[in-house]
Design a protein around this ligand. Structure first.
Ligand code: SAM
Ligand code: FES
Length: 339
């Protein structure tokens, strides 16, 4: 096992490749857990995730709600439903609300700003995850009160990106991340691990890229093939590689927020707990209500589709306590440490 503690900041590409492949996994997870504990403590921050529309103008080859998937029953919440769902999440104790959707321009600048302003009246942190938009949109959302933005770069292998995201531009996505950062949002990005054709070396590059652009939050999850997409027959990412990648991210950036992703739990019933013990410090329970949960199907086997927000909140609370961790008080923004 590489002794990484003393020179975390200098982990280079080769060292990262070793950690992602041959280093003993349990040692890596333990080190990431310790780095997390020393840098930001034992609190686990909860974010209430609202999946408010599954319409999307994009056609990402891996994604269950891609534009070309004719099997999807499309939905979008009304503005009132969306604000009411957020209000209920706040009543359940969530202090951050995450609004996620496909790239759905029905939610134009004015509409989304109105929604942001109404949710912000509840005195919560608000995260947007609505894809690529213009600078003027990002600025307007920020001015309306949005605090954080999640946009995964997915991969830094530009050939792979262009193969799997037809009609999209990697450079454009990168520029979106720079705009978001410049506007003063807390910046969330991340990658999907196990994409067909993705190499371990390119995952190492991805991690160095995320460190380099100075993200505040890293979402790292396994690719899970969806049957109604062109990648249906691919093998997908493993939980182990996703956990290793996440753990190395923690070593590289000790104080950022790292969620235990839902996709990890979709591969293993204890996936999120395993992630929390390998460097993660955030969980994003789904607070979307009713039928919409099932219809926002990015990949098969999505967890909790028949549960209620209240059930998910209490279930994850018990799991977190069972491993000796506490639920975070406050909004749980990126708290830069001095180590
Ligand atoms: N439209 C927004 C965007 O592009 O950022 C947010 C929604 S998008 C569906 C959220 C994330 O889901 C993507 O960044 C991608 O990494 C992940 N995702 C999509 N399809 C997936 C799959 N088959 N398996 C695992 N994750 C997937
Ligand atoms: Fe747009 Fe997946 S293709 S959200």
């Amino acid at each position: 096992m590489l002794e990484v503690n003393s020179h975390i900041a200098t982990l280079d590409r080769d060292a990262i490749v070793t950690l992602l492949t041959t280093a003993p996994a349990e040692d890596l997870y333990r080190q990431a857990d310790r780095v997390r504990h020393d840098a930001i403590g034992d609190e686990v921050h909860l974010r209430g995730l609202i999946e408010f529309s599954n319409f999307c103008r994009n056609d990402c080859m891996y994604c269950g709600i891609r534009r070309s998937n004719r099997h999807v029953q499309r939905y979008r919440m009304t503005d009132e439903e969306l604000v009411e769902t957020a209000r209920r999440a706040v009543a359940l104790g969530f202090q951050t609300i995450v609004l996620q959707s496909g790239e759905d321009l029905h939610f134009d600048q004015a509409r989304l700003c109105r929604i942001i302003e109404q949710i912000k009246r509840h005195d919560v942190a608000l995260t947007l995850s609505v894809g690529e938009r213009d600078y003027t949109d990002y600025k307007a959302f920020r001015d309306a009160g949005a605090d954080r933005y999640l946009l995964r770069i997915e991969t830094t292998d530009t050939d792979l990106y262009h193969r799997l995201n037809p009609g999209m531009s990697w450079q454009r996505r990168h520029e979106c991340l720079l705009m978001i950062r410049e506007l003063g949002y807390e910046l969330g990005s991340g990658i999907m691990v196990g994409q067909p054709g993705q190499t371990i070396a390119s995952i190492a590059d991805d991690l160095l890229y995320l460190k380099d652009i100075g993200i505040d939050m890293a979402g790292i999850g396994p690719f899970i093939p969806h049957p109604d997409t062109p990648l249906a027959a691919e093998s997908g990412g493993t939980l182990e590689l996703a956990l290793r990648t996440m753990a190395v991210m923690r070593l590289l950036m000790p104080d950022i927020n790292i969620p235990a992703t839902t996709a990890m739990e979709s591969l293993h019933p204890q996936g999120r707990i395993m992630a929390l013990q390998a460097g993660a410090n955030v969980v994003m329970p789904n607070v979307t209500e009713g039928e919409y949960r099932r219809l926002y199907e990015l990949y098969p086997g999505k967890i909790c589709v028949n549960d209620t927000p209240a059930h998910c909140r209490s279930c994850i609370g018990l799991k977190i306590q069972s491993i000796g961790r506490t639920i975070g008080q406050g909004r749980g923004g990126h708290r830069k440490s001095t180590i």
